[in-house]
Ligand binder design. Structure first.
Ligand SMILES: Nc1ncnc2c1ncn2[C@@H]1O[C@H](COP(=O)(O)OP(=O)(O)O)[C@@H](O)[C@H]1O
Ligand SMILES: [Mg+2]
Length: 263
């Protein structure tokens, strides 16, 4: 059996309480594995610890206990090893307002010491794949929210990382734009043989994007997991959705729409 690409083993993260009275646990003995080529959607309510898990995975913070392993390396202790190997897309596009679309995409490649002309060709190609040909020299402020997020996806893919990590990348977009970008994202991950972890608090988004959906409780721990194979995506979808709603404690509100009396 091959070693999974990503492994969390009994990972906990405690933060000091703001009033100084000890610590509270944001991630609680979390264990899971992710194989190469999978897209795993992580679903949970706001505050359940998704971003903390994300920060542990991307090596921005260190676990209080347990181990995080990505391709056999520790993302926190070996942070620089992962330069160019992980692409990140955040909720906010985090584009540099003083750089054009193409220069924002080029930025990640410059950090990897790519030649300027090579970097521009790669950036142009990724912008084109994301439907932004003709917008290379636009400033971020001149682009719509959806287009800006396309630029940040192009920037993440352009360094040819093995792994894409996304923390609620489409949460601030309107539903129609988000739907397009979800499909686009899945297509690009699959076509390019990447592995992705996609955090969201939208049930349908998790089910549309993930090959697998992991539902988190608060503090972050797996409460339920579903594999979204073809059967699950079609005939079994409703059953999975109901199970997720139940786990999230939302069943009454969302599965039984209230029938309003006629006015
Ligand atoms: N650096 C930090 N210091 C203290 N508390 C934090 C820190 N980061 C996150 N938290 C707390 O951890 C909990 C989980 O937060 P977060 O991981 O951002 O949740 P989510 O992304 O699921 O909304 C929250 O209660 C949050 O306030
Ligand atoms: Mg978050």
């Amino acid at each position: 059996m091959t070693e999974p690409l990503i492994r969390f083993s009994d990972v906990s993260k405690d933060f000091p309480k703001p009033d100084g009275s000890g610590t509270f646990t944001a991630v609680d003995r979390l264990s899971f594995t992710i194989d190469k080529g999978e897209i795993v959607a992580v679903l949970g309510k706001t505050g359940c610890g998704k971003s903390t898990m994300f920060n542990l995975l991307s090596g921005l913070i260190e676990p209080t206990s347990g181990t995080v392993s990505v391709t056999g390396h520790d993302p926190f202790k070996e942070f620089s090893y992962f330069r160019g190997k992980i692409g990140i897309v955040f909720q906010n596009d985090r584009l540099m307002p003083w750089r054009t679309a193409i220069d924002n995409v080029v930025l990640g490649l410059e950090i990897l010491d790519a030649k300027k002309s090579d970097a521009e060709a790669v950036a142009r190609r990724w912008l084109s794949r994301l439907g932004l040909s003709g917008h290379e020299n636009d400033w971020p402020h001149a682009l719509s929210g959806g287009m800006r997020q396309r630029v940040s996806i192009a920037r993440a893919f352009a360094v040819e990382p093995d792994i894409l990590l996304c923390d609620e990348p489409f949460s601030s977009l309107d539903e129609m734009t988000a739907r397009d970008l979800r499909a686009e994202f899945v297509r690009l991950v699959k076509q390019n043989g990447k592995t992705a972890v996609f955090i969201t608090h939208h049930i349908n988004e998790a089910m549309d994007v993930g090959d697998r959906v992991m539902v988190f409780h608060r503090p972050a721990r797996i409460a339920y997991e579903a594999r979204m194979d073809e059967a699950a995506k079609t005939t079994g979808r409703q059953a999975i959705q109901e199970e997720i709603l139940k786990v999230l404690g939302l069943e009454a509100k969302e599965t039984k729409p209230e029938t309003k009396p006629a006015a």
